[in-house]
Design a protein around this ligand. Sequence first.
Ligand code: DI6
Ligand code: FE
Length: 421
Amino acid sequence: MIKPNRNPLQDSDGAQSGRLWLNVDIATMGDGARSYGEIRDGAVVAEQGRIVWIGPRSEVPAAYRGFAATDCHGGWMTPGLIDCHTHVVYAGNRSDEFEARLSGVSYEDIARRGGGILSSVRAVRQATEDELFTQSSKRVERLMAGGVTTVEIKSGYGLTLDAERRMLRVARRIGNQLSVRVSTSFLGAHALPPEYAGRADEYIDACVAMLPALVAEGLVDVVDAFCENIAFNVAQVDRMFDAASRLGLPVKLHAEQLSDQGGATLVARYRGLSADHVEYLSTEGIAAMAKAGTVVTLLPGAFYFLRETKVPPIAELRRMSVPMAVATDSNPGTSPMLSVTQALNMACVLFRLTPQEALAGATINAARALGLASEIGSLEVGKAADMLVWDISRPADLSYSVSGSTPAMRVYNGDDSSRAI
Ligand code: DI6
Ligand code: FE
């Protein structure tokens, strides 16, 4: 039996950089997302930020038994949570529109009157990079406090080269300055800016022209677009995706959120990473995604906040084995929420996911939705040691709480010194 011990000498003299976590039940989420991948009374060993061994505590190899050990006090360990769809970099908020919607104006009406996404565009265009960083990093810290170790962040409230660049630079800076991995998405094709009114095709030309510079500056991991009757049509998104493919970038799409536009079929044609929202997804779209291996990302926060009634076709997605991710869609207009576990609860209550499916949605399937499944998303040898310890009695507790949960311990890249964040 191995006793937890903390030997500071082993850490500081560099003789042993390895670390050991003990006295913990583990939901590895490593079973192709079909179960929690449970290990009772388990142990994890990490060296240089990566998992080098994981299994029952009684089987820890002798070579690792002297490593500095952390006692997890009998809690449950999960992979770090991955929020694979956010618009968390923005300025100001839109509580005025929230009030208007509650007195009967629809989200689409607000957008057509130049509000909605365009009000956030005005706020972002006026904000300096430092102002954007200050406001946005606070929100990411809230996500991190709730267990997030990887977050996807989109542009899309700038809609000029300069303002889109500013948003993406802030996203990168968040990844450099906080203990969190950031994946960036260029969402130039989010809304038609007023200066292009009536000229959507020309605006798409402008977005296509922005891409090479942003890519050359290392600011873009993925290209996203909003395919909707209040945004861009399939032909316009197709041109954006074609430009992305030429630059070797993967694509994803806001698809079938408010109506069925055939966006999911388009993103599948590009073997895209994910189609997101998908309330109005058709059977044809599901079949195309299943064939292409494209993930659906469910965003119950936006469904809730817009008081939507059409639920995504979960049973059919299950039947066709389309992997389901769950994310916050954190944004000022349709989902001002900053807790992934709260999104898990909403996915279970509103969409009838099982708690196991919900947790897979914010771990292994979210990693797939970012194209990062070989690096993160489950606790397996070779992957990053991004791990959370929760003071809970079973993994379903993470989806059970309506108000979200907070991990007792957060390990990022093998480092748990940022526990208090
Ligand atoms: N769908 C969404 O839910 C967000 N963007 C999108 O295309 C909403 C963005 C906003 O209203 O600010
Ligand atoms: Fe979104």
